[in-house]
Write a protein that binds this ligand. Structure first.
Ligand SMILES: [Zn+2]
Length: 256
C-alpha cells in the first residue's frame, strides 16, 4: 500500500500520469514490468533508465520534462530489450568497468536510441509524439542555433548530429519530412558547421559518417542484437576518432 502511494506521488511531478503509463505499457506489451518514476535534478539527460534489482523494478529518473517523449523513449528501451531483441543490455546501464570510455559510450547510446525510436515510431499511437518532438526542434531553429553555438565539445555535437540525422531522415514519415525539408536541411547544416570548427573532424570525416548513417535505412528493422551492435561499431569506426581495438574493447564492455 505504501509503495503504491509513493509511486503515485512520484509520477505526479512528471508529464505522464498513471493512466497513460498503463496505456503505453500495454501498447508496448510490457504491462507486467514494474516501473518507478523518480524526479532527479542531478541527471544530465531529460530521463535516464536504471534497474533496481532488490525490488526488480525499472527506475526512470527524470529531470526537466516538457513532453511525454523522454518517458516513452525510456519505455521504448524496455520494449526493445525485452520484447523486440531479447537482449537486456539495450535497456540496462553499462556494468561498472575501469576502462569504460564514457565518450564512446555516449555515442553508442545515441545510435542505440535511434533503433529504440524507430521501433517506437512503428506504433500509430506513439508516432505523433515522436513527430511532435522533432517538429518542436525544427520550428525553433533560432533557439537551437544559440544552444549549439554554446557547445564546445565535438563528442556532444556528433551525438546530436547522429540522433537528428537518423531521426529526420529515417524515422519521420516521408509526408512529415517533406513538409519540413528546408528546416531539416538548415538544422543539420547548423550542426555541421559547428562540428567543422574542430580541426580533427572535417568534411571528409562527415562524408564517411553520413555514408555509414545512411545504412540505417536497412539496419533499422534489425532485431538481432549482434547486427545492431555491428551497425553501431561500424558507424563509430567511420568517424575515425578511435582505433578498431579501442572500439572493440568498448563494445565488449557496453554490450557483453
Ligand atoms: Zn535512450
Amino acid at each position: 500500500m505504501i509503495l503504491i502511494t509513493i509511486l503515485i506521488v512520484q509520477i505526479e511531478g512528471s508529464m505522464m500520469d498513471q493512466n497513460s503509463l498503463s496505456r503505453y505499457k500495454e501498447i508496448l506489451s510490457i504491462s507486467e514490468e514494474n516501473i518507478i518514476f523518480v524526479k532527479n535534478p542531478y541527471i544530465t539527460h531529460q530521463a535516464e533508465l536504471g534497474f533496481d534489482s532488490s525490488s526488480r523494478s525499472w527506475v526512470v529518473n527524470f529531470n526537466i520534462t516538457q513532453s511525454e517523449f523522454p518517458f516513452i523513449h525510456e519505455l521504448g528501451h524496455i520494449y526493445f530489450a525485452k520484447i523486440k531483441t531479447r537482449y537486456m543490455h539495450f535497456a540496462l546501464p553499462p556494468p561498472p568497468h575501469l576502462e569504460l570510455n564514457r565518450r564512446i559510450g555516449d555515442l553508442m547510446g545515441n545510435l542505440l536510441d535511434c533503433f529504440v525510436n524507430y521501433n517506437l515510431s512503428v506504433f500509430k499511437e506513439i508516432y505523433p509524439i515522436i513527430q511532435q518532438n522533432d517538429f518542436e526542434y525544427l520550428d525553433n531553429l533560432r533557439q537551437f542555433q544559440t544552444k549549439i553555438g554554446s557547445i564546445n565539445d565535438l563528442n556532444t555535437l556528433l551525438g546530436w548530429y547522429i540522433l537528428f540525422y537518423l531521426d529526420f531522415r529515417f524515422i519521420l514519415k516521408k509526408e512529415d519530412r517533406d513538409i519540413k525539408n528546408q528546416e531539416i536541411y538548415s538544422f543539420l547544416e547548423i550542426l555541421r558547421s559547428q562540428i567543422y570548427n574542430f580541426t580533427d573532424f572535417n568534411r571528409n570525416n562527415m562524408i564517411k559518417l553520413t555514408k555509414s548513417l545512411n545504412k540505417f535505412e536497412k539496419a533499422k528493422i534489425e532485431i538481432q542484437h549482434v547486427r545492431i551492435i555491428y551497425f553501431i561499431y561500424n558507424t563509430l569506426l567511420s568517424i575515425k576518432l578511435w582505433s578498431k581495438e579501442e572500439l572493440k574493447k568498448q563494445i565488449e564492455i557496453f554490450f557483453p
